[in-house]
Design a protein around this ligand. Structure first.
Ligand code: NAD
Length: 494
C-alpha cells in the first residue's frame, strides 16, 4: 500500500481531533468524533433501523414507508438529507475510505478517501430539477420532475460506498428512496456508510430508512429486489452479467455497465502531457475506474518518443519477457466459454506487486507499469483493472481509431485522444460514439475532476442516461392550465 505525506497528515489530524474530543469543527462541518459519539451509542443497530436489513422484502417495505413520508415533505427536507450525506462523505472520508480499503483490499487508500471527499463536493443535487414551462394563447403547461418511488440499486466492489453515496444523493434529490444490494466483498463498508447517513438524516428530519442496505447481499436478494412490485426502477453499476440481469428483470433499468477505454495518441500530440495524463488516469486507484485508460494506440511515427515520454513521466517500462510473466499471473480462464478475466491476486493491486509478478523490483513510489504489446494481447482486449497499460503501434490515426473502436467492444463507455488536430478529434469522437470522450486530459477530467461538469460513479452507457444526475431518477409530469395564466395577450378579446 502506498501512503503519501498528505494522507498521513490527514489521518493524524483526525486521530488528534478524536483524542481531544469536543474540538469545535469548522463552520458547517460536524467532526467525525461528534458523529461517532452518536453512532457508538447506537452501535448495536439491529435489522430494520438506520437502513440495516437482512431481508429484501423488509428493506423494500421500509424504503416504501420512507418514500411515503418524504413525498409529504418540502423540497428543503431533501436538501437537508443530501447535505448530511455529502457532509459525512467529506468529514469521515479518511475513516470510511480506510474501512473500504481494508475490506475490499483493492485500489489505493488515498484515492478511496479522495473519491468520497470529491463526491461530497461535486455530486449534483436538487438544483438539477429545473422545471420547464410552455405558455401561449391556450394557457400554460408546466413540466415538473417527479420521483419514481423506491429504486433498487446494485453497486460494484470497485467503489462500494462511493457508488452508494453518489446514487443516494441523486436519488433522494429526485425525491426517491433506495434499497441497495452491494457487492458482497464491499458489504461492510456499504452498511456502515448507510447507517451513518440514515442516523444523521433521522436526527434532523425524522425520517428513517431513506437508504436501505442488504447486510448479507446475494444473487437471491438482488433478484428479490429486481422482482419486487414496490420497486419502481432499477439502477445497476457493474459488469456485463448484472447489466443483463437488470435488463431482463421486466422493470425499467438504468445500466451503468463495463468499459475498456482506449486512448489514441497521434503525431500532433504533446507527448509529455499525454504521458502525464495517462499515468494520472491509469494509475488512479490502481486502474479500478471504469473510465480509466486501459490500452493505448500510438501512431508509428511517434511511438518510440511516446514510450520515452512515459519513462520521463515516471512509469516503469517492462520488456517482452517481463510482460509475458505478468500476463501469466494477471489472467485466468473463466466461464463456460473459457474467456480470460483478471485474477483476484492482481486486480486493483499496486504497481509494486505487479512488478514482482513480472520478476522486476521497482521503487515503492512508482504507480504504473507499461510496455509494448501486440494488439491481440489480453491486456488490450480484457478490462484488466490493474496498473499496467499496454501500448500498441498503429500505422496512422485511422488505424488507431479502428483499433480503439474494436477493443472498446461496442460498450460506448469512454474513449480518450491526445492530439492537437481538431479533425482527428472529431473523427474519433464520431467513430467511438462513447458516453465520455476526453481530449488532452486524464480520464477523470471527463467526470469533472480536472475538467468541467459534475460527478457521479454511475455512468449509464448501455441505457443512454449518461453520467447520472437527480433528473435521471425522475419521471416527467405535465400540468396544463387551459386559457389562463398566459399574460402577454388576451386571445378571448377577438
Ligand atoms: P460485477 O459485475 O462483478 O458486480 C457488480 C455488482 O453486480 C455486484 O454487486 C454483484 O454482486 C452484482 N451482480 C453480478 N452479477 C449479478 C447478477 N446476475 N444478478 C444480480 N446482481 C449481480 O462488477 P465489479 O467487479 O463489482 O465492478 C467492476 C465492473 O463494474 C467493471 O466492469 C466496471 O467497468 C463496472 N463499473 C461500471 C461503472 C459505470 O459507471 N459504468 C462504474 C463502476 C464500475
Amino acid at each position: 500500500m502506498q501512503i503519501n505525506e498528505e494522507l498521513i497528515r490527514s489521518v493524524v489530524s483526525q486521530v488528534v481531533q478524536e483524542v481531544r474530543g469536543g474540538v469545535v469543527p469548522p463552520s458547517g462541518v460536524v467532526s467525525p468524533a461528534t458523529d461517532r459519539n452518536t453512532a457508538s451509542s447506537r452501535s448495536s443497530t439491529g435489522s430494520g433501523r438506520f437502513g440495516q436489513f437482512d431481508c429484501a422484502d423488509q428493506a423494500v417495505a421500509a424504503a416504501r414507508k420512507a418514500f411515503e413520508q418524504l413525498r409529504t415533505r418540502p423540497l428543503e427536507d431533501r436538501k437537508k438529507a443530501i447535505d448530511h450525506i455529502r457532509r459525512i462523505s467529506i468529514s469521515q472520508a479518511v475513516e470510511l475510505g480506510t474501512m473500504e480499503m481494508n475490506e475490499t483490499k483493492i485500489g489505493r487508500l488515498e484515492h478511496k478517501i479522495e473519491k468520497l471527499k470529491t463526491l461530497g463536493q461535486r455530486s449534483p443535487g436538487t438544483e438539477f430539477l429545473s422545471t420547464q414551462a410552455y405558455s401561449g394563447d391556450r394557457g400554460l403547461a408546466v413540466i415538473e420532475h417527479a420521483p419514481f418511488g423506491v429504486i433498487g440499486a446494485i453497486t460494484p466492489v470497485t467503489h462500494s460506498l462511493p457508488t452508494i453515496t453518489g446514487n443516494a444523493v441523486s436519488m433522494i434529490a429526485g425525491g426517491n428512496t433506495l434499497v441497495v444490494n452491494p457487492h458482497p466483498s464491499g458489504r461492510l463498508v456499504a452498511a456502515e456508510g448507510v447507517r451513518r447517513f440514515n442516523e444523521a438524516i433521522y436526527d434532523d428530519i425524522g425520517i428513517d430508512n431513506l437508504i436501505c442496505v442488504i447486510r448479507e447481499p446475494t444473487l437471491e436478494t438482488a433478484s428479490a429486489i429486481f422482482g419486487h412490485r414496490d420497486v419502481a426502477l432499477i439502477c445497476v453499476t457493474g459488469g456485463p452479467a448484472v447489466g443483463r440481469a437488470a435488463l431482463n428483470s421486466g422493470k425499467r433499468a438504468i445500466v451503468a455497465g463495463p468499459g475498456n477505454p482506449p486512448v489514441v495518441v497521434d503525431e500532433t500530440a504533446d507527448l509529455d502531457r499525454a504521458a502525464r495524463c495517462i499515468l494520472q488516469g491509469a494509475a488512479y486507484d490502481n486502474n479500478l475506474l471504469c473510465i480509466a485508460e486501459k490500452e493505448v494506440f500510438v501512431v508509428e511515427s511517434v511511438f518510440d518518443a511516446m514510450l520515452a515520454a512515459m519513462d520521463r513521466a515516471g512509469a516503469v517500462r517492462l520488456n517482452r519477457s517481463q510482460i509475458d510473466r505478468l500476463t501469466d499471473a494477471a489472467f485466468h480462464e473463466v466461464g463456460q466459454d473459457r474467456h480470460l478475466a483478471p485474477t483476484k491476486e492482481l486486480l486493483g493491486q499496486d504497481a509494486n506487486k505487479l512488478a514482482r509478478a513480472a520478476g522486476v523490483t521497482i521503487e515503492s513510489n512508482r504507480e504504473l507499469l507499461f510496455g509494448e504489446t501486440a494488439e491481440t494481447h489480453p491486456f488490450v482486449s480484457v478490462e484488466q483493472m490493474m496498473p499496467f497499460v499496454p501500448f500498441v503501434r498503429c500505422r496512422d490515426i485511422d488505424h488507431g481509431i479502428e483499433l480503439a473502436q474494436h477493443y472498446e467492444h461496442g460498450f460506448r463507455h469512454t474513449s480518450i485522444i491526445h492530439s492537437r488536430n481538431v479533425r482527428n478529434m472529431t473523427k474519433m469522437a464520431r467513430a467511438m460514439d462513447t458516453t465520455l470522450f476526453v481530449k488532452n486530459g486524464p480520464c477523470m477530467a471527463g467526470l469533472g475532476l480536472g475538467g468541467e461538469g459534475y460527478l457521479s460513479f454511475s455512468i449509464a452507457g448501455p441505457t443512454g442516461e449518461g453520467v447520472t444526475t437527480p433528473l435521471t431518477f425522475t419521471r416527467e409530469r405535465r400540468c396544463s392550465l387551459i386559457e389562463d395564466l398566459w399574460i402577454l395577450g388576451d386571445p378571448t378579446s377577438n
